[in-house]
Design a protein around this ligand. Structure first.
Ligand code: ADP
Ligand code: ZN
Ligand code: ZN
Length: 723
């Protein structure tokens, strides 16, 4: 008998859609439906209780799945997220699905290629391949067990070594269809380390909890957080349960993965950007079937269904990449905490520099606070130096005292790390005669000079043009770069220290696939005594031979309009400090600034991140800023500024006037014009989350009827991170 079902579709409309269906699919089953003159893949939400009869209902074309894609807890999580972020459920669901499932592909395995040793290959001794180390390593691994292409890539075996082994007839490729469920059991492959008392306390606390709990594991880099994860995971895996771990976008290095593999002889899947769509689906299926014991991934992996989840870990929980910045603007850390509740499993948030939100939750006891205050092993804390550069001549942003210090460390055979958060050669091109600055025509921004590519580039809209030979205003040929970017810094360092090769790591130097990993490996192996990079380099990487690290330009953050700038500076400094030095070589961290006396800097240097954060938190409390208030931000943009302002004013007018609600704006975005479009925003601030939700539930349905909104592109950001 035909029923009417309600579906969530991948359209940016805050509503659900009814269709006729032959039978009633379970909630969470995908259906293919006609929509306008297209076909969409949506998800069934059950029977339509109050079907909308005002239009001609169409019929479902195909019921794709036999059973819901997600287990109950994840399904509830998706519904919660749609509600919390006031975002259409259909689009939330899209974000939670691997690409192939969005396209309507079956949720089942397909044959893939698997590599295994031939009979002949089984008898070879890898040691005989002395002069082909790559082949040696791969052959040894394949003699242990066959590997899928994705494993081969994940473990960074070389494709040419694979080919060579195949040509020798030692390795063959076979068609392989994975079994729907593969079982595993925990074998501890390597002996765990002897924990120090703080680590032991942390592991014990996590293991002993009687009820669901979120933990903040706070510890400086190198304090042994990963070791705590590993030992806490062991208990979970021993029970046959799975662990889901989130890492920052480029946070998981091959070294870390190797550490997991060495410790646990269980199936590990990684969900990262280098996977093909098929591989990503297979990994998702492995997690859902319980065939994968450990699932490691970036932001969107938080929605991965797991058969028997036992623990969630969010490493570097303060990292900005956990927040999605467009479309469905969720924060994967907050979703992780909610998932912990839904699944009744512990959540560990780890960081050397916890976000103020998380820290506040720990201080008021909502999260259990576990601290590792010392570096594991024998490593000593780094020495902090504030370098006053007022009135000092600077060479490409470097002061003479810093250059001397660098020389000392380099001559002692050690590595030096410099941070500058500006890529390119110079952040602006200036006419020395008349003061003209080359400005992007479509943005309120100057062009960055890129000498490598001989281009002016706008870092905001991507516009490019050759570096002009003459000033556009006065025709002078005296054009000079103003300010310093990483490219220039690299050049200067090469001149100053001709005997010490420089490696630059930024978005420009790592465009090629795999080049970032290669650079990081080279840096780690001390192939380059001097490392230069943007904040890309500050994320979760260990460079054991670095004994001197310097932040060249921090003054911008001290006087920024963004109330989170200080938090980020504190995190950056502390993260960098954590990279310097190790057991036998204590490190030094230098901060160059024109404001050495600044309160924030003094607090950070003298009292450490924890104290600095608590001071800053008290300030936020006094000024009612998050986490002591709740933000929602409407953003709007269009080619015409008046239209944008009118749209946001119309939204603002819908909010009731109340003492406990602040409606701020419309005000221009930090960059008012980008790519030719005018951008404004409207900030809603409430004391309580409940009030924010109520207000938005009242206001949002009325927006459809506002004519002013049709002329602009607008979006809503709950808990916005930067604005
Ligand atoms: P984090 O994740 O906090 O940066 P790691 O767990 O990676 O710290 O530990 C840093 C280094 O210290 C690693 O080389 C690790 O092997 C070592 N280490 C960690 N815990 C111990 C311990 N209890 N005893 C000896 N070495 C340890
Ligand atoms: Zn000029
Ligand atoms: Zn531009």
């Amino acid at each position: 008998m035909t029923t009417i079902i309600q579906t969530a579709l991948p359209v940016p409309l805050p509503r659900l859609f009814d269709y006729d269906c032959e039978q009633l699919p379970a909630v969470g089953v995908r259906v293919r439906v006609p929509f306008g003159n297209r076909e969409l893949v949506g998800v069934c939400l059950g029977q339509a209780l109050a079907p909308d009869d005002s239009f001609q209902r169409k019929a479902v074309l195909e019921v794709i799945d036999d059973e819901p894609l997600w287990p109950q807890p994840v399904w509830r999580l998706l519904e919660w997220a749609a509600d919390y972020y006031h975002h259409p459920l259909g689009d939330v669901i899209q974000n939670a699905m691997p690409v192939l499932l969005r396209q309507g592909e079956r949720a089942s395995y397909q044959a893939t290629t698997r590599y295994q040793v031939t009979e002949q290959g089984a008898q070879q001794s890898p040691n005989d391949l002395k002069r082909a180390l790559q082949q040696q390593r791969l052959l040894a691994a394949l003699q242990q067990k066959p590997l899928l292409s994705r494993d081969i890539r994940m473990q960074e075996f070389s494709p040419s070594a694979l080919k060579a082994l195949q040509e020798k007839g030692w390795v063959e490729a076979v068609e392989h269809i994975p079994a729907p469920v593969q079982s595993w059991s925990l074998k501890i492959a390597a002996e765990p380390l002897q924990l120090n008392p703080e680590q032991a306390l942390a592991v014990a606390a996590i293991g002993a909890a009687k009820k669901q709990q979120t933990y903040l594991l706070e510890g400086v880099t190198g304090s042994g957080k990963t070791e705590v994860y590993l030992q806490a995971m062991a208990d979970v895996l021993r029970r046959g349960q799975q662990v889901l771990m989130l890492v920052p976008e480029i946070g998981l290095t091959p070294q870390t993965l190797k550490r997991f593999q060495q410790r646990f002889d269980v199936p590990i899947v990684m969900l990262h950007s280098a996977l093909t769509d098929r591989e990503r689906l297979d990994a998702w299926l492995d997690a859902r079937a319980g065939s994968a014991a450990i699932i490691i991934g970036t932001r969107s992996a938080i929605f991965t269904p797991c058969k028997a989840l036992g623990m969630i870990i969010v490493d570097e929980e303060h990292d900005g990449s956990l927040k999605q910045q467009d479309g469905f603007r969720y924060h994967a850390r907050d979703i992780a905490v909610m998932r912990g509740h839904e699944e009744q499993v512990p959540v560990i948030l780890g960081s050397a520099t916890p976000s103020f939100e998380t820290l506040n939750n720990a201080l008021n006891k909502r999260y259990a606070h576990l601290q590792l205050s010392r570096r594991a092993g024998q490593a000593k804390p780094a020495r902090h130096v504030v370098m006053d550069i007022k009135n000092l001549p600077l060479k490409a942003g470097l002061s003479q005292p810093l250059l001397s210090l660098m020389r000392e460390h380099l001559e002692a055979g050690q590595q030096v790390l410099l941070f500058l958060n500006r890529r390119g050669f110079a952040p602006a091109l200036l006419c020395h005669e008349c003061g003209w600055l080359a400005q992007c025509r479509r943005c309120d921004a100057y062009y960055t000079v890129h000498q490598g590519s001989r281009q002016l580039q706008c870092h905001h809209c991507g516009a490019q043009q050759p570096i002009p030979k003459q000033c556009h205003d006065c025709g002078s040929t005296q054009l000079i770069g103003r300010g310093v970017g990483t490219e220039q810094l690299e050049q200067l360092l090469q001149e100053q220290f001709p005997d010490y090769p420089v490696l630059r790591i930024d978005r420009d130097s790592t465009r090629k696939k795999g080049s970032l990993q290669q650079h990081l490996q080279d840096a780690h192996d001390n192939k380059y005594p001097i490392l230069v990079g943007t904040q890309m380099l500050a994320k979760g990487h260990h460079f054991p031979d670095v004994t001197l690290a310097a932040l060249l330009d921090v003054d911008g953050a001290l006087y920024s309009a963004d109330f989170r700038a200080a938090e980020r500076l504190g995190q950056m400094f502390t993260q960098v400090a954590g990279r310097a030095g190790r057991a036998s070589k204590p490190g030094t961290v230098v901060l160059q600034t024109h404001h050495p006396e600044h309160e924030l800097i003094q607090d950070l240097i003298n009292n450490g991140y924890g104290h600095f954060a608590q001071t800053a938190l008290r300030e936020r409390q006094l000024t009612y800023l998050p986490p002591f208030s709740q933000h929602a931000l409407f953003r709007a943009e269009a080619n015409n500024a008046e239209a944008v302002i009118a749209a946001l004013e119309a939204i603002a007018a819908l909010f009731p006037q109340r003492d406990d609600v602040i409606v701020l704006g419309p005000i221009p975005a930090v960059m008012e014009r980008r790519a030719g479009r005018y951008r404004y925003q409207l900030l809603i601030q409430t004391q309580q989350r409940g009030m924010r939700a109520q207000l938005l539930r009242y206001v949002l349905p009325q927006l459809e009827k506002l004519p002013q909104l049709r002329k602009v592109r607008w979006s809503l950001d709950i808990d916005p991170q930067d604005f």
